[in-house]
Design a protein around this ligand. Structure first.
Ligand code: ADP
Ligand code: YYY
Length: 420
């Protein structure tokens, strides 16, 4: 298995490797080639820091690969936390969708017995392959990889600098790994999980029980208003008051019927977790179609949340790495019911933190990450605003609930008055 993976990673000389040394800087890109080439400053800085290797996990199918990658990360973090730096690495073919394979790059300075032991153990594991890197005395950067060629145990490559791709490589795999643009694609992921995650069957059954609804099922009936925003921006407070003010039906995504499955799927890697949330939107869509025939409907989170969080998590590093404005990755799914209006509640970072601390509830792992990770929050907010057709209207939600809600300068939102 490892050999097959190794072949996949190395035989294609057009593959580029990426190492992210920090969240705020451009990753280091290189290729592996049979002929030596001059290094550059970035390679020199990477190779100047002691011992180096990269580790990739890959299994026969995408579910196993995703779970194995998450497992590897947990093991490496637990075992090596204090002794080495764990950086994100990946290998991809420029401009080729779904070519990205994620891995880790390990850097350690001194002789470390547990480091040597862990690397040896990983090498022996079927579905992990390890690349070791070193700088030769003549200044060449070398990568040593295992090989499955007869009579050959390992093969040496020269590490050659590569120019950064025009789009960040993590955008290559978003479609159908992080964001699903048709129900059948998310459905397929949970079907593939049935043996390892038995709860998938129950979720699929709930999806099967919903009547199919078209993307415009509520047209000509009552309005459907989606309220979106980061955690603690006031969605629950606003949806409840709108429900009362408009005599509306209040729904949410994921729907209540999926609530008890959430912790199970939240513990899974993005491929599985995001497919679960995507399917939740289709169950909510069926509820919207039903309810909007006789009343206005308010929805607490829907597709914008699913796509914005998924994209912001999938794209590592800086905000500039997000897919650009107008990218097809911000399109609405072709088969998901569209609401009449999507409002994005926006509050200042200070006000949001104040509300979070007043609320004082247990925080999910993702909420914790949001709190400590300013950058991630900015990426979620930017992704929200780039989603198209329907786009969201940004609402200034800083005022207290008894003040009327205005909009950001270019928005327009007298919606409460409008529906009263
Ligand atoms: N407009 C507002 N002004 C001040 N506090 C608010 C406002 N809206 C909500 N809150 C408070 O902020 C906290 C988070 O609000 P909540 O509606 O639960 O947010 P969300 O559903 O977006 O996570 C709650 O304690 C709530 O009472
Ligand atoms: N329709 C939805 C709703 C939430 N999600 C995901 C996105 C984030 O990972 C979490 C956010 O949920 P969280 O529990 O923080 O939100 P609430 O507190 O319920 O407002 O759920 C989603 O993908 N699709």
């Amino acid at each position: 298995m490892a050999n097959r993976l190794m072949s996949r990673l190395t035989q294609c000389c057009s593959r580029v490797f990426m190492v992210e040394t920090s969240q705020m800087t451009e990753p280091i890109y290189f290729t592996l080639s049979a002929t030596p080439a001059a290094g550059n400053e970035q390679l020199a800085s990477l190779f100047g820091s002691g011992n180096l290797c990269s580790v990739y996990a890959l299994a026969d199918d995408r579910i196993q690969s995703a779970r194995f990658h998450a497992h590897l990360k947990r093991c490496l973090t637990a075992e090596l936390q204090s002794e080495c730096e764990l950086l994100h690495a990946a290998s991809f073919i420029p401009d080729v969708k779904n070519s990205l394979i994620r891995g880790f790059f390990l850097q350690w300075n001194s002789v470390s017995s547990s480091m040597e032991r862990v690397v040896t153990e990983l090498r022996q594991k079927g579905s992990v392959c390890v690349f070791s890197y070193r700088r030769e005395e003549n200044g060449e950067y070398i990568c040593v990889a295992d090989t499955d060629q007869p009579g050959e145990r390992e093969r040496r490559y020269y590490v050659t600098p590569s120019t950064p791709p025009s789009l960040h490589p993590s955008t290559l795999n978003i479609r159908n790994s992080d964001v699903f643009y048709q129900m059948k694609d998310a459905y397929k992921v949970l079907q593939e999980c049935r043996d390892v995650i038995p709860e998938s069957k129950a979720v699929l059954k709930l999806v099967d029980e919903q009547p199919l609804v078209s993307i415009s099922s509520h047209n000509g009936r009552f309005p459907v208003i989606v309220i979106e925003g980061l955690d603690a921006t006031g969605k629950t407070t606003l949806t409840c008051s709108l429900q009362k003010a408009l005599g509306a039906v209040l729904l949410k995504s994921p729907p209540q019927v999926l609530a008890h499955f959430r912790p199970r799927f939240d513990a899974e890697p993005p491929l599985i977790r995001r497919a679960f949330y995507a399917l939740g939107n289709y169950i909510t869509a069926a509820q919207i179609a039903r309810e909007s025939s006789h009343a206005s409907v308010i929805v607490d989170r829907y597709w914008h949340s699913t796509a914005a969080y998924a994209i912001a998590t999938a794209v590592s590093g800086r905000e500039e790495n997000l897919p650009p404005v107008g990218s097809e990755l911000y399109e609405w799914p072709s088969d998901l019911l569209k609401p009449s209006l999507v409002l994005l509640l926006s509050v200042s970072a200070e006000e949001r933190l104040r509300r979070l601390s007043h609320r004082g509830l247990d925080k999910t792992e993702e909420e914790n990450q949001l709190e400590i990770n300013h950058l991630f929050r900015r990426k979620v907010a930017t992704a929200y605003k780039r989603i198209q057709n329907p786009a969201c209207i940004v609402v200034d939600a800083n005022p207290s609930p008894d003040q009327s809600i205005g909009t950001e300068p270019n928005g327009s939102c007298e919606f409460i008055n409008h529906f009263n």
